[in-house]
Design a protein around this ligand. Structure first.
Ligand code: PAF
Length: 282
């Protein structure tokens, strides 16, 4: 199997991108934490449609994990990831060390407002988006990519990063891509591998309940009642529910009816030790 070019330093990635840009080529960035699945491969395919070169970044970013979260056990599957990226047609992987990304003395964070402070993921993971935004800001300026591809699966993250790229004039176009799902509807996620067979069998219920809720909302059912019943269905099935909410699809502000604008349904629920998130348009 052909090897893929791996950049371990910012300097090496920048030199390659400068060469590509000098030759009139464009560059798409696909930021990931590795443990790649079909969802990531779809991001690479979108990158290939949007640009002449695709760099996939693989970095399990410590600053976006709280001390009690799964940073240490997060799956690290670099060789398998590279094999998938060769098959997917990516041009290179950026695989920096923690020291390369956070050298001694590193003392800067991106401070976020707007979609990062709406009481969804930020309520349960208060330091998460600061870490995501800081690393994404660094990846964009390090790579000088023309565009970066983000899945809608992490919907709040997509909105936070899009807002940041605009507000800080980062010069990168953020391209969203629809969530890739398993045949039974479960959103693909690197964390799905934590699920036991019984938990895996239960997990698609999240998407089913969301779909039924979306239909009720589109049929102009009472929004408050429909959301409450969907929450109840999730809890009755055995999940611990962090949130299931109807929000404005752009601002993520709470909504009370379809008249408030396009609605996005967002959910985070725990099963055993695994936290699953998902979202769909209503
Ligand atoms: O979505 C992810 O995998 C991560 O949050 C990202 C965007 C790669 C930043 O570490």
């Amino acid at each position: 199997m052909a090897a893929i070019t791996v950049f371990e330093t910012v300097a090496a990635m920048r030199a390659a991108v400068a060469g590509w840009h000098g030759a009139g080529e464009t560059v798409a960035l696909v930021p990931t934490m590795g443990a790649l699945h079909e969802g990531h491969i779809a991001l690479v395919a979108e990158g290939r449609r949007r640009a002449s070169r695709v760099i996939v970044t693989i970095f399990v970013n410590p600053t976006q994990f709280a001390p009690h979260e799964d940073f240490k056990k997060y799956p690290r599957t670099f060789d398998a990831d590279c094999a998938k990226l060769v098959a997917a047609g990516a041009d290179a992987v950026f695989f920096p060390s923690v020291e390369e990304m956070y050298p001694a003395g590193f003392a800067t964070r991106v401070l976020l407002l707007g979609p990062a402070a709406v009481g969804l993921e930020d309520r349960f993971r208060p330091t998460h988006f600061e870490g995501v935004a800081t690393i994404c800001c660094k990846l964009f300026t390090q790579s000088r990519a023309d565009c970066a591809i983000f899945g809608e699966k992490d919907y709040q993250q997509l909105k936070v990063v899009t807002r940041m790229a605009t507000d800080l004039d980062l010069g990168v176009a953020i391209v969203p891509l629809a969530t890739i799902r398993e045949a039974d509807g479960l959103a693909m996620s690197s964390r799905n591998r934590y699920l036991s067979p019984e938990q895996r069998a239960l997990a698609p219920l999240l998407h089913r309940v969301m779909q039924e809720l979306a239909i009720r909302i589109r049929n102009r059912d009472d929004l408050f009642k429909a959301v409450a019943e969907a929450q109840e269905a999730i809890i009755t099935a055995g999940f611990e529910l962090d949130y299931l909410e109807a929000r404005h699809a752009e601002t993520l502000a709470p909504v009370t009816s379809l008249a408030d604008g396009p609605i996005r349904l967002l959910i985070a629920a725990r099963i055993g030790g695994t936290r699953l998130i998902d979202n769909i348009a209503a």
